[in-house]
Design a binder for this molecule. Sequence first.
Ligand code: HEM
Length: 443
Amino acid sequence: MLAPPPPGSGLKPIYGSGTPWLIEVLRYTRNPLATITRHRKQFGDITYLNSFGRQIVTPLTPDGAGEVAINRTKSLAAEPAWGFMIGPFFHRGILLMDFEEHRHHRLILQQAFNRTHLEGYLREMQPMIRERVAALPTGDGVRMLSEFKKITLDVALEIFLGLKLPRAEADRINKAFIDCVDAGLSLVRRDVPGGRWSRGLAGRKVLEEFMYRHLPAKRAQRTPDLFSVLCHVESDEGHTFTDADVVNHMIFVLMAAHDTSTIATTTMAYYMARHPQWQDTAREQSRALPAEIEYETLGDFTVLEAIMKESLRLNAPVPGLLREALQDTEIGGYFVPKGALVSATAMVNHYNPALWNDPETFDPGRFSPDRAEDRSHKYAWMPFGGGAHKCIGLFFAQLEIKTIMHNLLLTHEWSVPADYRWKLDYTTLPVPKDRLPVRLRRL
Ligand code: HEM
């Protein structure tokens, strides 16, 4: 039992396996779905998982996930939970803020993702993505995860920073950024000299220094990149960002946009390699549509859209919405004590047989209007989260992903051996252990 509910509260206790945390973590990272299924069978609607000496309360129903996302009683906070993971490198990012302060920043930040700005980002990213995709290596064993990572990082630097940097400077910034991301996702969370953590702290310093150096020029001129946009956006109430806000949001958004889109495109490539008929259908549609994507035509990519949704269902890049209980509270009538970590975990709903037909099968047709399995519950499909912290970049992500995949389909064909099945590493974000080697051929 996690904690006995207060007498007379009418709340029920939450049960978990009692397995030592190291063993539970090892089991979970080896096969999270098996752990979830076992816990659902044993404990019903909600459970807790032992992790790093703490218990992570995990609702096992879509209603429970919705309660965490919506957080009606404001008992759950994102900052203490995400701060533990990524705080030292991404502090004052918007996901590390809560309640009124979060709302204040979100209303300003949101303006940078309105339609006018999205159209600008889309226009800017097309030529560079086309060029990068055309330059992909071909042959056997092309590791798609690494290739997509390079492309999304270039998008992040060019579209978000809007700076033409000399190669050495771009490499220095890339390295600092990657050091921050790796440190945030590191399992060894200590500042050992030369270790990941200290490299992350050094990386954060490099990024801050870099952003502050370029900030005056960005303030002075309006350009279509996110950096300049953040210097000039105003909420409807007329609020703007300080210099420190711009720097902190830039560093966080670069991170939030990067690995997530990489995992999404890699997952799409994997399933399209394993199901070539879907690759062919998507290519046919891409050929029938203009090579240059317009904001208005994004919705015409119905096949890519279904493949993207199904890929995000089967491998959600952000495993869960992590929160900490600021006070004693409840989820679905179960008692959650102050200090507990809580996670609305995407996989719990994405593989729930009560919500999806044959959930382990790749079947993009389930999102078609006549089947609409994702409509079985508001939180049946939740790769972008929900509630106040719902992904602010979800439209940006979709236009980036579609642009990359559209260009790839038009210029390349890729495959994996018929018996190939990828193995995902779940220790941090879910990535293929072998980086997805494919045979990539130029058309
Ligand atoms: C397929 C790609 C992506 C996925 C699956 C994804 C997923 C998510 C999820 C699940 C959250 C909520 C986390 C929580 O509530 O604890 C989130 C938040 C966020 N995402 Fe994304 N994301 C993606 C791409 C992007 C991109 C491209 C950007 C920026 C351009 C971005 C910016 C953000 C930001 C700023 C937040 C925090 C919002 C807030 O706290 O108010 N994301 N994302």
